[in-house]
Design a protein around this ligand. Structure first.
Ligand code: PLP
Length: 430
């Protein structure tokens, strides 16, 4: 290890030993990630070549955005890379939550039932659906959409027996939502095998049911995407994996043509659909971001695996462990004590390229039930393919770490954050 690096952190030999040990342990996982990145890069490159991308596609449009050839080609590339018939890729989606809401609202009519297959969905979606809240205008519940969920097994896996029972019993289910990523929950991400098995189950019981995968944080983590193994529709955020760290905002949906058309009509207006939506000056960063995404996701995965190994060396409980199969870029760490969690998140922020001097504190945030602490020293506000750590401020004080556009930065920030936690532990001892 270089002298400067040691000096920057003033790491003692004990700390250095642990870093070396963590690096050794993760080598097989790092090699596997290299293979996945290569596969996904090839997939994305092929889509670029087949769509004959050229400089003029980056120009963008204004006003209504009719005949925006760049936008159309970008959407064709997304469709191809994720194996869907059609795609909607827009900066007009303000976030992942908005994208998922527009999809659900477009697909669900009054008296129909939405079934969540992996327990309670992501915090912000609970408000969208209208779970656990007073009746509120604009939610799916207010429109007359019913909601059911099938909880995960105690091991955090899909409960296929219960899913089969519910799907057979409740005939009004028209959409099954599967959240692939763990979100803010201590559970494994849904594996490719489970995604495929659920598809087979749904198609067996009622092939008209729409199988919709919330693909946030899952893109390019595996060599296979949900649409290749039976999903009808996927959606996610452009300031996570597929934006490659460059997309300034937005969301995407890819899948069956008829579904994308409904969703486009809901995003813009019935009859307008995909034909409108000015891209202004954003086309280039969406193209280039997608091109870089497989590599950037690989860097984030390496960072997560290194974090799992090193935090485990220090006796913290992590999920997943460094060698476990992954379906998202999220790394959870249980700190059990609020001040350790705080130190960790503040440490990640302290070693970020933007707002490094800011000390994040737990605060209320729109869409979330508990106070949330967020470390996001990012170029794009809140973009979590960049190195970020966040946590709902509740027991057992679990941090959710994700991103890292470069493994080198991920490593530095992580070492810095662990150092902050160790200092807090030592201070408590005095
Ligand atoms: C991030 C995320 C969302 C919501 O995305 P935002 O862009 O934060 O609104 C939904 N589902 C999952 C699994 C996520 O990780």
């Amino acid at each position: 290890m270089s002298y400067l690096y040691k000096k920057y952190f003033q790491l003692d030999s004990k700390f250095l030993k642990k870093i070396e040990k963590a690096e050794e342990k993760i080598q097989p996982s790092i090699n596997l990630i290299k293979e996945i990145v290569l596969d996904n890069q090839a997939k994305v490159l092929r889509a670029f070549k087949e769509n004959r991308v050229s400089e003029f596609h980056f120009a963008g449009s204004t006003g209504y955005g009719y005949h925006d050839i760049g936008r159309q080609v970008l959407e064709n590339i997304y469709a191809e890379a994720f194996n869907g018939e059609e795609a909607l890729v827009r900066t007009h989606f303000v976030s992942g939550t908005h994208t998922l809401f527009v999809c659900l609202d477009a697909l669900l009519s009054p008296a129909e039932t939405l079934l969540s297959a992996a327990g309670a969905p992501y915090d912000t979606l609970q408000k969208v659906i209208g779970i656990n809240t007073l009746p509120q205008k604009g939610t799916l519940a207010a429109k007359g959409v019913s909601y059911r969920q099938v909880d995960l097994t105690p091991e955090g896996r899909l409960d296929f027996q219960e899913l089969e029972r519910v799907l057979k019993k409740i005939k009004s289910v028209t959409v099954v939502l599967l959240q692939r990523s763990r979100g803010y929950a201590w559970r494994p991400s849904v594996s490719l095998a489970e995604i495929e098995k659920l598809s087979n189950l749904i198609k067996k019981i009622n092939p008209n049911i729409i199988y919709f995968v919330d693909n946030c944080y899952g893109e390019f983590v595996n060599p296979v995407e949900p649409l290749e193994i039976g999903a009808d529709l996927i959606a996610g955020s452009l300031i996570k994996n597929p934006g490659g760290g460059l997309a300034p905002a937005g969301g995407y949906a890819v899948g069956r043509k008829d579904l994308i058309e409904l969703i486009a009509d809901r995003l813009t207006a019935p009859g307008l659909g995909k034909e409108v939506g000015a891209t202004l000056a954003h086309n280039r960063s969406l193209f280039q971001g997608l091109f870089l995404a497989p590599h950037a996701v690989g860097e984030a995965l390496k960072t997560a695996i290194f974090a799992a190994a090193l935090l485990e060396e220090y006796g913290f409980e992590v999920s997943p462990t460094f060698g476990e199969e992954r379906g998202d870029i999220v790394q959870a760490v249980r700190f059990t004590q609020p001040d350790y969690l705080l130190s960790f998140c503040q440490g990640i922020q302290k070693h970020s390229p933007v707002d490094s001097y800011v000390q994040p504190q737990p605060a209320n945030m729109a869409g979330y039930g508990d106070k949330v602490i967020m470390a996001a020293g990012t170029f794009i506000q809140g973009a979590s393919l960049e190195m970020t750590a966040d946590a709902p401020y509740r027991s057992p004080y679990t941090a959710y770490l994700q991103g890292g556009l470069t493994f080198e930065h991920g490593k530095i920030a992580l070492i810095g954050a662990i150092k902050e936690v160790l200092e807090t532990i030592n201070r408590n001892k005095e």
